[in-house]
Design a protein around this ligand. Structure first.
Ligand SMILES: Cc1cc2nc3c(=O)[nH]c(=O)nc-3n(C[C@H](O)[C@H](O)[C@H](O)COP(=O)(O)OP(=O)(O)OC[C@H]3O[C@@H](n4cnc5c(N)ncnc54)[C@H](O)[C@@H]3O)c2cc1C
Ligand code: SF4
Length: 500
């Protein structure tokens, strides 16, 4: 038997399960140009993945593997050729994290059998998540997270959470100080100059017709660079990660966020080493528990939960449209050209960097899409194009589930819908905006306000049946018919004015 191993672009770890299954087998990596045009991808994402693949191929070779690297239109032709040339009798691939790619693999007509090796890029296996989820009434992230803390012994003293509390979220929702001089001074992120390999990839990507700026490109493309980013985060940013986790500040693209998702999602970093690095720093450097727990909750809790849920729900989950929202995506999502300053800032940043932090994604971009009634599938396609860390497994549950409540509450207990009040409290965006965050009708009324109240009114019955929004629905009931009619008119006019 001659085994060959095909390493996918998001499986770049020397100990990933397929590589570990046969330490001497030959390896192939394929850059498919056709695959990269099936949907829009951010230019910097294409550079990141292709450059990281080329670097990884070189690392495998240095480690003694025989490696073939192919740049081709599709995957099938180079695979068939390689299998025949190398006389391979079994092709092994680590199970793809993304379901569409797993389905694609089953359509490949190859000259030898293809074996899928269970994916070891996540802490929880698909089966373990299923065992946890089966029979539960609600799949709450908080219960899953606590189970993860116990199972992996993270921030625990025996059976008790360190500090006697599981969750420090209340300490982690500080608005930004009113002016920067009052203390918000985050350290610059860790960027890298593109080396020769990255520059070659950039030349290729420059010719592709897709979304986002190509330069400046500063992302890590090797494991050693990614470890450097992790180290920098732990030693320089983590202590202050917690308090301003939800804040948004003009000109501060990343604040104290980790910037680790692009690397975790392609295998340059592994979740357990990231969690352990944070826990060790807590113990050795006496870092604040609210920051360390807040960060560990993201990786051990949210990230694992999102992937587990993705693998657990039905295949038609991505088609969810609980509120039957049908409006097309406004063109400004691609240009950033809108007088709504919060959206302008967030979209412009996504174009420049391929990155927004969590609250920009949740409370600006998807919140707007939810309350304005945009089609969930159009919104998901945009998110997939806009972000450097976007993959089907992480996108569907975050956008369809968390951001848009299009799954009807499988994931979230209530929709993340908010008016300008939230944006004004948690950011400085409203200061520089054409619209007035305090008004909900009239010429300068903030669209987040009239869409928010229109959303509540349009879906009043459904929201009431959810039972978690009764307080705010009572405020809706106090609104006069005249005011509601004006809100409705504003919302309709806004949609009518969008170029089709
Ligand atoms: C609408 C929407 C779309 C999103 N799209 C993506 C996406 O395409 N890819 C992606 O990796 N994350 C996505 N997220 C989750 C989260 O916003 C990003 O992981 C995070 O902003 C990445 O930046 P960071 O590394 O600086 O994260 P930090 O804020 O510093 O968090 C640390 C790490 O926790 C993990 N994490 C935190 N929250 C989540 C979550 N909800 N799902 C998965 N991992 C999480 C990430 O690996 C992240 O690197 C999305 C969230 C929302 C609400
Ligand atoms: S006023 Fe409204 S549109 Fe303008 S930044 Fe604030 S929330 Fe966004």
């Amino acid at each position: 038997m001659t085994v060959g191993i095909w390493v996918l672009g998001d499986q770049l770890w020397q100990h990933q399960a397929a590589l570990a299954s046969d330490p001497t087998a030959s390896v192939i990596l394929v850059e498919s140009r056709q695959h990269s045009t099936e949907r829009r991808y951010h230019r910097q994402k294409l550079v990141l993945v292709w450059s990281a693949m080329r670097h990884f191929a070189a690392e495998l070779e240095s480690a003694g593997r025989t490696v073939t690297y192919k740049i081709a239109d599709d995957f099938a032709a180079p695979l068939r050729q390689w299998i025949k040339q190398q006389k391979i009798t079994e092709l092994r691939v680590m199970e793809p994290a993304d379901r569409p790619f797993a389905r694609f693999l089953s359509t490949l007509a190859l000259p030898c059998p293809l074996t899928l090796v269970p994916n070891n890029h996540f802490l929880w296996s698909v089966d373990e998540f299923k065992q946890w989820a089966d029979g539960r009434k609600r799949l709450l992230m908080e219960s899953f997270y606590r189970e993860g803390r116990k199972r992996y012994g993270v921030l625990m003293e025996g059976a008790t959470p360190i500090g006697d509390q599981w969750n420090y979220d209340k300490e982690n929702r500080k608005p930004p100080p009113k002016n920067k001089q009052q203390g918000i001074n985050p350290p610059s992120p860790q960027w890298f100059n593109p080396d020769d390999i990255t520059q070659q990839v950039m030349q290729t990507v420059a010719e592709l017709d897709t979304f986002g700026n190509l330069e400046p490109f500063g992302w890590a493309v090797t494991r050693s660079q990614a470890l450097h980013v992790l180290d920098y985060f732990i030693n320089v940013r983590l202590a202050t990660f917690g308090p301003y986790q939800d804040a948004m500040v003009t000109g501060e693209d990343t604040l104290w966020h980790a910037l680790l998702s692009p690397y975790l999602n392609i295998g340059l970093l592994q979740p357990l080493e990231v969690i352990q690095a944070a826990e060790t720093a807590y113990k050795q450097q006496n870092l604040p528990l609210n920051s360390v727990e807040g960060f560990i909750r993201q990786v051990l809790g949210w990230r694992e939960y999102m992937r587990g849920l993705y693998s657990y729900v039905d295949e038609d989950y991505p088609q969810g449209n609980y509120f039957n929202h049908q409006h097309p995506l406004p063109d400004f999502f691609w240009t950033g050209d809108t007088p709504m300053n919060c959206l302008h800032q967030s979209i412009d940043q996504a174009k420049r960097t391929g990155y927004n932090h969590h609250i920009q994604r949740l409370m600006i971009l998807s919140n707007f899409a939810l309350i304005a009634g945009l089609s969930p599938q159009a919104v998901e396609a945009w998110f997939h194009a806009a972000f450097i860390d976007a993959y089907d497994w992480v996108m569907q549950t975050n956008v369809i589930g968390m951001g848009l409540f299009a799954d009807g509450g499988t994931l979230a207990t209530k929709p993340y819908a908010a008016s300008a009040n939230y944006v004004n409290r948690m950011s400085d965006y409203c200061k520089g905006c054409h619209y007035n965050p305090k008004t909900r009708t009239g010429e300068r009324a903030c669209p987040f306000n009239f869409f928010y109240w229109d959303f509540l009114a349009r879906h009043r019955d459904i929201l009431q049946s959810q039972g978690r929004m009764n307080f705010i629905l009572r405020n809706l009931d106090k609104m006069s018919m005249e005011e509601y009619a004006a809100i409705r008119d504003n919302a309709r006019e806004w949609h009518a004015q969008q170029p089709s």
